[in-house]
Each structure stands twice: as structure tokens, then as C-alpha cells.
Design a protein. Structure first.
Length: 285
């Protein structure tokens, strides 16, 4: 079993770290907000008092934090204290350029960096069924994937450093299109006087069905906007999509539309709601 570190114990990171602990790894954890490590500590994990302490005691360190600058901050804080050969694996969704920069910064120091953004939502983290897009050196990625297994349904190397993030942005474009289609569909059905429970069930069993239709659809039917993957984080990811699309001269008009509509929710103070709350933008009109 490996000496594993995990930084960031939020909606996704907390359950993922729990799977590593249950798999028998020697787990050390750290979270910026105190208290989030209590449950894991009670189960046998070590709570580091600082990032320095975590880095000094781990051979592979996973992170699941927020924005590009957050990832850079925590990784750079640990680098001076990490043993040669340590691998940093980041599960956040960040700018591809930042992932590539961190890889290039760490390599001359005999340290490794893998960008490994995740998809599958909070239920995927809880159930250990995440899909992970990995970018980085072949051997390093291969080893990292063996440690990730407890929370993974599918993990693959998709290219060099930064390419994991590019694949994740493509994933977010697909998710955004599925989300707006679902919200528009059910809002249309409801305004027409149809039973939207029946609409969701019947349409979902045919060509209109998908993972997003099923899972986000249940949230809409229950009017359950409990924080999962938040409006704020989705807008962050779409911002990265738009910046990358501009750099490669690609058109993503649907993604831009979804981002603008989610901005309506954010302007109403609902940035922590789950993204399925987009449905209410349609029903407000």
C-alpha cells in the first residue's frame, strides 16, 4: 500500500479520499477549511497540520480544489518539501496551460505532475464510479491510475500534460448541451400541461435519454437544488472552455448560451445551487 496524500475534501474530494482509505492506503489529508477532515481522521486517516507536513510524508499526492490559481498555490507550497520522485495528481478542472506549466515546473526537480480531471458528479465520487481523463508521462500516469482504482469506473491517459484538461473541457461542452436540452424539454412539457414525471420517464426511455437526462431530471422533478456540482463551478469551467475555444478558433455557441443562462442564477445569489436549477430560469419567464 502507498503513502498517499489528499488535498481538498469537498463534495468530490472527501468521498474519493475515503475510498483510498478503505482500500488500505496510508492516507494523510489536508483541507483549507478546518473540520472537513474529522470524519476521515476518525476512520484512521492522518490529518496534516500543514501542506508541508503532508508533502514530507507522502509519495503520491492527490488534489481536488477549485480554480487554476488554487491548484498552483497548493502544489507550489508542497514542492519544496516533497521527496524526489513524488507524484502530484490533480483532479480539479483547470486551464490546460496551467496543467502544462506545473508539469514543466516540476520535472526538473525530479517531481511528477498528472492532470486528471474527473467526471461523474458527487454520486460518482460516493459510489467510486468516476471517469478520469489523464494527461502526463506514460509511466507516471500508469502508476497513478493504479492508486485511483478505488474511485474509478474508467481512467485513461489521453495525451501529454494538459491534454487531460482539454478532454475535460470537451466533456463539459457535452454536459452543458445535455443540461440545456433537458431543462428546455421539461419546461416546455410543463407549460403545455403535460405531467412532467411522465414526460421524463417516457422521453428518457427513448432516443432522448442519457445520463444527464436521468440524473439531472430527477433533481428537477424533486426541485432538489442541493449543492452538488454548483452553478459557480460550472461557470468557471465554461469560462475555461470559452478561453480555449478562442485560442483554437473554435465556435461553441451553445456552451456560451448555457453559461449566460447560468449567469442569471448566479446574479440571483444562487451560485451554490446545483446546475439542474437552470430549469428555473425557463420557468421564471
Amino acid at each position: 500500500m502507498a503513502k498517499v496524500g489528499f488535498v481538498g475534501l469537498g463534495v468530490m474530494g472527501g468521498p474519493m479520499a475515503g475510498h483510498l482509505l478503505k482500500a488500505g492506503h496510508q492516507l494523510t489529508v489536508w483541507n483549507r477549511s478546518p473540520g472537513k477532515a474529522d470524519e476521515l481522521a476518525a476512520q484512521g486517516a492522518t490529518e496534516a497540520k500543514s501542506l508541508q507536513e503532508l508533502a514530507e510524508n507522502c509519495e503520491i499526492i492527490f488534489s481536488c480544489v477549485g480554480r487554476s490559481e488554487d491548484v498552483a498555490e497548493v502544489v507550489r507550497a508542497m514542492v519544496p518539501h516533497a521527496k524526489p520522485g513524488t507524484t502530484f495528481v490533480d483532479h480539479s478542472t483547470i486551464e490546460p496551460s496551467m496543467a502544462k506549466s506545473l508539469h514543466e515546473e516540476l520535472k526538473p526537480k525530479n517531481l511528477n505532475f498528472v492532470d486528471a480531471p474527473i467526471t461523474g458528479g458527487s454520486m460518482g465520487a460516493k459510489n467510486g464510479t468516476l471517469t478520469i481523463f489523464c494527461g502526463g508521462d506514460h509511466d507516471v500516469v500508469a502508476h497513478a491510475m493504479t492508486i485511483m482504482l478505488p474511485y474509478t469506473k474508467r481512467a485513461e491517459r489521453v495525451g501529454e500534460a494538459g491534454q487531460g484538461q482539454v478532454m475535460k473541457l470537451a466533456n463539459q461542452i457535452a454536459v452543458g448541451g445535455a443540461l440545456i436540452g433537458l431543462c428546455e424539454c421539461l419546461a416546455f412539457a410543463e407549460k403545455a400541461g403535460l405531467d412532467i414525471q411522465q414526460a421524463h420517464s417516457m422521453i428518457g426511455s427513448g432516443a432522448g435519454g442519457s445520463w444527464a437526462f436521468e440524473n439531472y431530471g430527477r433533481m428537477i422533478l424533486n426541485r432538489d437544488w442541493t449543492p452538488g456540482f454548483s452553478v459557480k463551478n460550472q461557470r468557471k469551467d465554461f469560462g475555461y472552455c470559452e478561453a480555449a475555444a478562442e485560442q483554437m478558433n473554435a465556435d461553441i455557441p451553445l456552451t456560451e448560451l448555457v453559461n449566460r443562462l447560468l449567469g442569471v442564477l448566479q446574479s440571483q445569489g444562487r451560485e451554490e445551487d446545483t446546475t439542474a436549477a437552470l430549469f428555473e430560469v425557463y420557468t421564471q419567464s
